[in-house]
Write a protein that binds this ligand. Structure first.
Ligand SMILES: *Cc1c(COP(=O)(O)O)cnc(C)c1O
Length: 240
């Protein structure tokens, strides 16, 4: 983030940070959401907290805040200080081309109650990650995730790399055992949309190398110790 911010300062750019996964994460002592001009969070059901669908943008910049308010609601305002005339109490003006990006009050009520659980959720995720890390510490064909110094991950995902075995086979066996594994992510430029927009000859060696080995293991606050032990035992049995 330091490097991104210094490039942005040099070129006079606004930094919009994608913090979709990162609610509760910390970078050099600062919570994600307090670093950049704007940070977006997702409240999709798989994310740290949920509102069913939807999300949130945070900013401490008043002019960006006002712009976001307009953008959220068809570019329309009733704020006198923004309008160039006012015909009466019914009056409003469209100042920009905006959309309907409003989250509903019902979703927000869910989000407010979820916020109260965030610390507990984060703590549970950390405990589960610590247990996985410990369990796989001695297995050199299961590579555990790396945590950058001076950061505290919110642990949205727990991704291992399977080194000696065929990832697809390991994945299929885990699924057959009833374990909800996944792969995060397919390198974005491999998708047809990007292939058709100039990326057909692009190869990011490291992304492709990592992609060929990764599996995301179950990680969510409601995962019980017994369930996790089953995941650990099953993966170790396959890989050893
Ligand atoms: C989930 C996610 C998104 C999309 O979030 P929506 O709520 O579906 O808009 C964007 N970026 C990242 C990194 C995500 O994980």
């Amino acid at each position: 983030m330091d490097e991104i911010h210094s490039i942005a300062r040099e070129h006079n750019l606004v930094v919009i940070e994608d913090g979709a996964h990162a609610l509760g994460s910390v970078y050099k002592g600062k919570k994600i959401g307090s670093l950049s001009d704007m940070t977006t969070f997702s409240f999709h059901p798989v994310k740290p907290i949920t509102t069913g669908e939807g999300g949130m943008i945070v900013t401490d910049n008043e002019s960006l805040y006002k712009k976001l308010l307009l953008f959220r609601s068809h570019g329309i305002t009733r704020d006198d200080s923004l309008m160039n005339r006012n015909d009466g109490p019914w009056f409003y003006q469209q100042l920009d081309l905006g959309y309907n990006y409003r989250i509903t009050d019902i979703q927000c009520a869910l989000g407010c109650s979820q916020m109260k659980k965030l610390d507990r959720f984060l703590k549970r995720r950390k405990e589960i990650v610590a247990r996985y890390n410990e369990a796989f510490a001695g297995c050199n064909n299961i590579v555990t995730p790396y945590q950058l110094p001076e950061t505290e991950s919110g642990w949205h995902l727990y991704i291992v790399q399977i080194k000696k075995h065929d990832r697809k086979k390991v994945f299929e066996t885990l699924r057959e055992c009833g374990i909800g594994v996944n792969v995060h992510y397919i390198p974005v430029y491999m998708h047809p949309y990007y292939q058709e927009h100039g990326y057909e000859n692009v190869h990011c060696r490291n992304a492709e190398e990592v992609y060929s080995h990764i599996i995301s293991l179950p990680l969510y606050p409601g995962l019980s110790i017994e369930q996790q032990e089953y995941v650990i035992r099953t993966l170790k049995d396959i890989c050893e």
